[in-house]
Design a protein around this ligand. Structure first.
Ligand SMILES: Nc1nc2c(ncn2[C@@H]2O[C@H](COP(=O)(O)OP(=O)(O)O)[C@@H](O)[C@H]2O)c(=O)[nH]1
Ligand SMILES: [Mg+2]
Length: 379
């Protein structure tokens, strides 16, 4: 690391304020080469913590505010457009400052790698519920549980260590979705009401709804949240065997989506399910299209129940009247997160953390506590 390094901590945007942080032994001296304070004193003579107004490079230069946070950290607040902050960074680089991007800055600021990763992950989360879970990890819940396992391993308590690892790993799938929405794909034959249903779920009109089969030719996606869990809802082309080129391309795309979806909502038309069990009918339809529905990640939705005498033999909805939509949302939430973590639970949230915990558990299962300790200690 050079004597000073600088990082832009804020995203670009018109009318915004940008923060450039400079750190290192030569941080104050480097900024002093360019900063002209209004009170005439160099930065090194300004008290720590004082917010100092001034200009950049010359008396008529860019207006900005500088704060010496400590002897080794300076913050420069300037206009947030796409001009000012990059120019400040260029000047700093010309005087020998190394440029680091903000995630690296955060990694360097925290001694605990798990907290640094939680800090970075927090910027990618989109709901309050997921942010709260990550905030717990930022404040040390994962660290604490992780260290307890290390302590048990050091005391040769293999079973207690394994319990601790399993307790964290039970939330692995949820943890990986804190920064990446669950993919929920709506599929089924043409005209059953998939696009209408996705509009009802997302609460607004966007997918094309039309009573001619095969209208939705691309996969249309919506970002939304259910019970605080972020979802990406995908509407698919009506799946049927077709000779029309554009439509079959849409269907191919839909099949790809189905393969990787976390949850599939297979939609049936209530007027056509009179005698058959919905799941059996859905599986038959999928099979005819060359697709195997996995029960564990499928919800069968019987739509258009307003048109029949619906006896509630399963999940029924009416995309047009809104009947059953609340129940469907509830069902989606419990299917994607069957076991929500209690407040303060230790939740691993990156693929690398999960893999490390899994490797440690496998090592414990093979009565190799040394290897478990070794992999856990890399964090
Ligand atoms: N009565 C009734 N009509 C519906 C319902 N859902 C959709 N429709 C109608 O069924 C037709 C096909 O709907 P659409 O959403 O385009 O079906 P998709 O091809 O599966 O996407 C449209 O005329 C919709 O208005 C429902 O719950 N009840
Ligand atoms: Mg459609």
């Amino acid at each position: 690391m050079t004597a000073a390094y600088a990082s832009l901590l804020t995203p670009g945007g018109r009318s915004a304020i940008a923060v450039v942080a400079v750190a290192g032994d030569r941080a104050v001296a480097t900024v002093d080469q360019y900063f002209r304070s209004a009170n005439g004193l160099p930065l090194k003579e300004q008290p720590v913590g004082r917010i100092v107004y001034g200009r950049w490079k010359q008396d008529q230069g860019e207006e900005l505010v500088v704060c010496r946070r400590t002897d080794k950290i300076v913050e420069i607040h300037c206009h947030g457009g796409y001009q000012s902050a990059p120019q400040v960074l260029i000047a700093l680089r010309e005087s020998g400052c190394t440029h680091v991007d903000w995630p690296e800055w955060i990694q360097q600021k925290f001694t605990c790698r798990l907290s640094a990763e939680a800090h970075i992950a927090l910027t990618k989360t989109t709901t309050l519920r997921t942010a709260k879970i990550l905030l717990d990890q930022f404040h040390g819940k994962l660290r604490q549980a992780w260290d307890e396992v290390i302590a048990e391993l050091s005391r040769n308590n293999l079973h207690l260590a394994m319990d601790g690892l399993r307790a964290m790993l039970q939330y692995a799938e949820l943890g990986l979705h804190l920064t990446r929405p669950w993919s929920v794909v709506i599929a089924g034959l043409p005209n059953v009401g998939k696009s209408s249903l996705i509009n009802a779920l997302a609460g607004f009109q966007r997918a094309i709804v039309f009573d001619q089969p095969g209208t939705t030719r691309d996969v249309v996606t919506f970002a939304t949240a259910v019970s605080g869990w972020p979802l990406e809802l995908s509407d698919t082309a009506g799946m049927r065997c077709t000779t029309e080129a554009i439509e079959s391309a849409g269907i191919e795309l839909a099949r790809d989506r189905l393969q990787v979806a976390d949850l599939v909502l297979w939609v049936l038309d209530a007027t056509e399910v009179a005698r058959q069990k919905p799941l059996t009918l859905a599986s038959e339809q999928a099979k005819q299209l060359g697709f195997e529905l996995e029960e564990a990640r499928t919800i069968t939705v019987v739509n258009k129940i307003d048109l029949v005498d619906w006896k509630k033999q399963g999940l029924g909805t009416s995309a047009t009247t809104g009947l059953g939509i609340e129940d469907l949302l509830q069902d989606i939430a419990t299917r994607i997160v069957p076991l929500p973590p209690p407040p303060g639970a230790a939740v691993p949230f990156s693929a690398d953390q999960v893999e490390t915990l899994q490797t440690a558990l496998a090592a414990c299962e093979n009565t190799n506590p040394d290897k478990a300790l070794q992999v856990l200690q890399k964090y």
